[in-house]
Write a protein of this length. Structure first.
Length: 179
């Protein structure tokens, strides 16, 4: 499998890759009448989303979807396409996302750690934020870059079990501090 393109989220003036949760957790294309098909080897799921946090609200701002036929309008926005491709683009959706939970995002990827397969794990980013949402409203935000840097120094990149424990720890510690 090729390295996969991550969904992105704009927080302030910065763009981050969405690391956790899985992409379909935030936006379900099937619930909006879409039937995505692979658009290229770096996007096997056929959907690429761009989110933003605007005045504390989580919004889907833009969307690209691989689709055989013209897909339906979403939030009153019709898609556009290149006549030679089956990739359709929605710009300016501003669709409210009623997500509740942690959102782990990363910026400034470390190129030496790049692996040409799947999605990049959280420790492959220099800057990491944990965002907490309740029904699409941001209720907390913390910089987790130091914890991720410490993890990167202490663990082998191939230690999947350690990664799962680490990801759980930054989520639980983040949410438990707010409770």
């Amino acid at each position: 499998m090729s390295g996969q393109m991550a969904d992105v989220i704009v927080v302030g003036d910065d763009e981050f890759a969405v690391v956790e949760p899985t992409p379909e957790t935030l936006f379900d294309p099937y619930a909006h009448g879409l039937s995505p098909v692979m658009s290229h080897t770096a996007n096997t799921r056929g959907v690429l989303a761009r989110y933003k946090v605007d005045e504390g609200q989580l919004l889907l701002s833009d969307l690209q979807v691989g689709h055989v036929d013209e897909p339906p309008a979403i939030n009153g926005v019709d898609p556009s396409t290149d006549e030679h491709a089956h990739v359709w683009t929605y710009l300016g959706l501003d669709l409210a996302i009623d997500y509740s939970g942690d959102l782990i995002v990363g910026a400034d990827p470390i190129l030496e750690l790049y692996v040409h397969a799947g999605f990049a794990p959280v420790w492959h980013y220099e800057r990491v934020l944990a965002l907490d949402f309740e029904l699409g409203t941001e209720v907390a935000r913390e910089d987790r870059s130091k914890e991720v840097a410490h993890y990167r120094e202490e663990h082998d990149d191939d230690d999947q079990n350690a990664f799962e424990r680490f990801l759980s720890a930054i989520k639980l510690r983040f949410t438990s501090e707010e409770e």
